[in-house]
Ligand binder design. Structure first.
Ligand code: PLP
Length: 359
């Protein structure tokens, strides 16, 4: 099976498993797991932040960040399609009484800063208090430009907003731009980074921020059930990923480009975008459900989270050059198979009694 649904489907390699088995561990709720501490220290440093906290998931890490920035009756500004708003089950609203102020993102994945400025509510008891601007990078695979991040940062400062980055795939952005992670992340007040996506660890996200914010987040992590005990085994997978799996993200990006180029040669397909490790396609013509079923039957799976009829193909560590070839061949094969059939159908339709009556 060629699984292009997400980069979350990667499984730990043997060397990562050995590192996990050998990890020194302790009770992390007592703050005594040395491997967790070294992962947190390492990623805090890479992100240009004071401190860090290990979480079981990115959803919980983002949630703890939102809860640490905002109080009941506050709001955060995020994109309509931001993970924090759209894909985290409304956690900030449910658990924190924090209301989102979603805005439509621009084509390049940014939030128009004029629209952000206009969405910041005045100090008036009718309104929720706008407390936080939450960006996502990469977003739909797109890398936010560095100068945009600086301008967003300035706006957040000027309007007294916290500045959070959902950096689930921030390493993809850093590798794509050829910069250190901190060039992207240091200017934020808090950054959540996933180890379980392209970096290939089985579990885990890390929230990086200044010490005082991490202190608050630790309480929220405990409250939401994320305090874990001898979890150094998972942190060891994260440390292994930071050592071995960052530079290779460039291979995923290159393969995504190769896949996009191959798919562009198929007339019936429209490549809607190819950014970092993701390719988005739609059908110009034809039955999307049959297309998806054809792929599945031939051993190819993809996701469709963005919109109905838009397939998302995500390249990751488990996908080699051969899998790219095969994926393109399977997808193209659908049209080769169906063009014969649809010619026959057209012929039948023009010869049908109804078609004759219409004539
Ligand atoms: C995957 C992801 C997360 C976190 O997801 P979990 O599955 O909870 O780890 C957060 N933000 C973005 C943009 C993501 O892609």
């Amino acid at each position: 099976m060629i699984d292009l649904r997400s980069d979350t489907v990667t499984v730990p390699c043997d060397a990562m498993r050995r590192a996990m088995a050998a990890a020194e561990v302790g009770d992390d709720v007592y703050d005594e797991d040395p491997t967790v501490k070294s992962l947190e220290a390492k990623l805090a440093e890479m992100a240009g932040q004071e401190a860090a906290l290990f979480f079981p998931s990115g959803t919980q890490s983002n949630l703890a960040a939102l809860l640490s920035h905002c109080r009941r009756g506050d709001e955060y500004i995020a994109a309509q399609n931001a993970h924090t708003y759209r894909y985290e089950a409304g956690g900030a609203a449910v658990l924190g009484g924090i209301q989102p102020q979603p805005l439509d993102a621009e084509e390049d994945g940014t939030l128009d800063l004029k629209k952000v400025a206009a969405a910041v509510k005045a100090d008036d008891f009718h309104f929720a208090r706008t407390r936080l601007l939450a960006l996502e990078n990469t977003t739909g695979g797109k890398v936010l430009p560095l100068d945009y991040l600086s301008r967003a940062h300035e706006l957040a400062r000027a309007r007294n907003l916290g500045f959070h980055l959902d950096g689930a795939r921030a390493f993809n952005a850093a590798v794509a731009l050829g910069v250190e992670l901190s060039e992207i992340t240091a200017q934020f007040d808090s950054v959540s980074i996933c180890l379980s996506k392209g970096l290939g660890a089985p579990v885990g996200s890390v929230l990086c921020a200044r010490r005082e914010l991490i202190k608050r987040a630790r309480r929220w992590r405990k409250m939401t059930g994320g305090g874990m005990r001898q979890v150094g085994m998972l942190a060891a997978a994260g440390l292994f990923a930071l050592k071995h799996n960052i530079a290779r993200l460039a291979d995923d990006h290159a393969r995504a480009q190769q896949l996009a180029e191959k798919l562009m040669r198929i007339d019936e397909l429209e490549v809607r975008g190819a950014h970092t490790n993701m390719v988005f396609i739609t059908l110009r013509d034809g039955d999307y459900d049959a297309f998806r079923e054809h792929a599945r039957k031939n051993g190819l799976r993809f996701g469709e989270r963005v919109a109905p009829g838009v397939a998302r193909l995500v390249v990751h560590k488990g996908i080699d050059d051969r899998a790219i070839e095969d994926a393109a061949r399977i997808l193209g094969g659908f049209f080769a198979e169906h063009s014969g059939a649809s010619e026959r159908e057209k012929l039948r339709a023009t010869n049908s009694p109804r078609a004759a009556r219409a004539r």
